[in-house]
Design a protein around this ligand. Structure first.
Ligand code: 0O2
Length: 212
């Protein structure tokens, strides 16, 4: 595909990512306005790099005219939460939405990947209204705690550095770090109510100070 064709191919994906970021960030704003605890901490989104798409297509033998159907993470959204049980809340929230269809889900929290990776993935179909009509875009929403995200982002950059062949001694350290991240999530969950109270107090104090 020529670079102009890639640009055209990616338009609905870019649109989907932008719309989903705005809509999902609005959920956090809504909770905050109501002075309620938000299960969403922050959201990021990206459209997969063409080089990364081609790499994956080559790895799995996907013909270029099948990319839209076979590559499910061309449009990617990441939702970060503070506590492990917020993931279930966000999952329920997404399942109840009328602007997307959940195709299937992958629970890498119960079924931790051999690398140590933990996250909850939802593969969705999202309609984008283009000038030419509606295009149903397939995308992936990853939901994870801040600790899971720290681990995943770090491991991802090491994979990039070592071209997917991280040395064994570093892999062992990464496994240990994944276990520590899991323990951190469990400990924070134990004191979730304490933390929520403290954050609420802190927000009230900040609001008062900003009015002075
Ligand atoms: P990027 O740069 O985030 O786009 P497979 O290749 O079969 O393992 P599959 O079936 O395509 O994966 O889907 P899966 O397992 O849901 O993984 C898709 C995305 O999840 C990955 O995209 C990563 O973002 C994340 N992910 C999955 N496993 C790992 C892991 O072990 N470590 C980290 N850091 N992230 C992971 P890409 O295309 O790899 O990368």
């Amino acid at each position: 595909m020529a670079s102009k064709d890639w640009k055209t191919f990616l338009i609905p994906y870019e649109q989907a990512v932008e719309e989903l970021k705005v809509k999902l960030r609005a959920i956090r704003t809504e909770y905050r306005r109501k002075n309620d605890y938000s299960p969403i901490e922050f959201i990021t989104g990206r459209v997969k790099e063409v080089s990364s798409m081609l790499e994956k297509a080559n790895k799995f033998g996907i013909p270029h005219d099948r990319l839209a159907e076979e590559l499910e993470d061309i449009a990617g959204i990441r939702i970060m939460v503070q506590f492990v049980d917020d993931i279930e809340t966000v999952v329920q929230l997404l399942r109840g939405r009328s602007d997307m269809r959940i195709l299937y889900e992958k629970d890498y929290i119960t079924n931790v990947k051999p690398s140590g990776y933990r996250s909850y993935h939802m593969i969705i179909e999202y309609p984008v209204n283009m000038a030419s009509g509606v295009v149903n875009v397939i995308g992936e929403i990853q939901i994870r705690t801040l600790a899971m995200n720290f681990w995943a982002v770090t491991e991802h950059s090491l994979n990039y550095k070592y071209k997917q062949s991280i040395p064994e001694h570093i892999k062992i350290k990464l496994k240990a770090a994944a276990e520590s991240a899991y323990q951190l999530d469990e400990t924070m969950l134990d004191i979730k109510d304490e933390i929520k109270d403290a954050q609420k107090l802190f927000e009230v104090k900040s609001a008062l100070v900003s009015r002075i």
